[in-house]
Write a protein that binds this ligand. Structure first.
Ligand SMILES: Nc1ncnc2c1ncn2[C@@H]1O[C@H](COP(=O)(O)OP(=O)(O)OP(=O)(O)O)[C@@H](O)[C@H]1O
Ligand SMILES: [Mg+2]
Length: 312
């Protein structure tokens, strides 16, 4: 990396020198190409600024008049701007993909809503016809009545689970009561299905935008799914805190933990959950941080910039 930077610095210095002695268009093309390579090598805009300053210090002839120096600085500034344009383009691309991601998440939410309603309404109707059919059988076969009552009891359980699942998928509780009650509801469902002890703590923020609330809900949902699938944990603590301009959410389990650094080395079989969490947060200017040590549990901490006037 150091060697690449030194090589790039030498090339940058010599190209900038060409530019300030008036090589115009071809020097600008070189500036663009150098910027593109710097970006590909993982350099940032601050590295570019440092490189420009070094190149300028080395490239400006000492014996020039103030007028000549002013002209050379102008040419140097255009060179610098051109070498930054690949960074600008990447930044714009990032902004565009964030907008696309927001739209995609909105479409996804619509689709989840549709599935939740289908699960809720259609499954309930089907179950209602099964109840009627059972009543008919019970009427025609009195000795089977006791068995059929047991079947009805099981169907009641299924109906309850389906209702809970459909509400977890698209929690109207989120719109009506806010994030914290919705997370408690989600936790109850997970506990009922898995036996995991989940504590949800924190303060509700009444002014949380629907987009922010839904994003956090989906993230906690994925984090809890990860705990039940991978952690072999017995306890999880979910905490929501509002700091001055930041919303902080932590999901901490007491499970087996894992080597976080090995995640990026995984190819092919990589899961999508953590990537999805990062992408959802990117589009809102937030970020996740994952701390885990094998044998010592895992904590996922989410921070999102937050203002009271946040719009959906
Ligand atoms: N709470 C946790 N405890 C232990 N390991 C975890 C935990 N959360 C994540 N992991 C590890 O991180 C990996 C990546 O998680 P991620 O959610 O990205 O993918 P996944 O759960 O394997 O698949 P997907 O979410 O796409 O169904 C998991 O495979 C698991 O090894
Ligand atoms: Mg997952």
């Amino acid at each position: 990396m150091r060697e690449t930077m030194e090589k790039l610095q030498d090339q940058y210095t010599s190209a900038l020198r060409n530019s300030i002695v008036g090589m115009g268009e071809s020097a600008l093309q070189q500036a663009y190409e150098l910027g593109r390579r710097a970006l590909a090598d993982g350099l940032g805009v601050l590295d570019m600024a440092a490189m420009y300053h070094k190149a300028l210090a080395a490239g400006l002839p000492r014996d020039s008049t103030p007028e000549e120096t002013a002209l050379m600085l102008e040419a140097g500034a255009s060179f610098f701007a051109e070498s930054l344009s690949p960074f600008e383009m990447t930044h714009r691309g990032f902004r565009d993909s964030n907008i696309a991601l927001r739209h995609l998440n909105q479409t996804l939410e619509q689709e989840i809503k549709r599935i939740a309603h289908a699960l809720h309404d259609e499954a309930a109707q089907l179950l209602a016809s099964v109840y009627l059919a059972l009543d008919e059988v019970a009427g025609n076969l009195p000795p089977a009545r006791e068995h059929l009552l047991k079947v009805k009891g099981l169907l009641d359980l299924i109906e309850g689970q389906l209702r809970h699942l459909s509400h977890e998928l698209r929690p109207t509780i989120l719109d009506d009561w806010g994030l914290l009650p919705a997370l408690k509801f989600l936790a109850e469902g997970v506990t009922a299905r898995t036996g995991l002890f989940i504590k949800v703590e924190g303060e509700s923020a009444p002014s949380l935008s629907p987009l922010l609330a839904t994003t956090l809900y989906r993230i906690v949902q994925e984090a809890l799914t990860n705990v039940t699938r991978h952690a072999k944990a017995t306890q999880v603590k979910v905490t929501i805190q509002h700091e001055l301009q930041t919303l902080r959410c932590s999901i901490k389990d007491n499970g087996v933990g894992f080597d976080v650094s090995s995640l990026s080395a995984r190819t092919g079989e990589r899961g999508l959950g953590l990537i999805g969490i990062r992408e959802r947060l990117n589009s809102l200017g937030g970020s996740p941080s994952l701390v885990s040590t094998p044998g010592h549990g895992t904590e996922l901490v989410i921070t999102i910039p937050y203002t009271n006037s946040q719009e959906a």
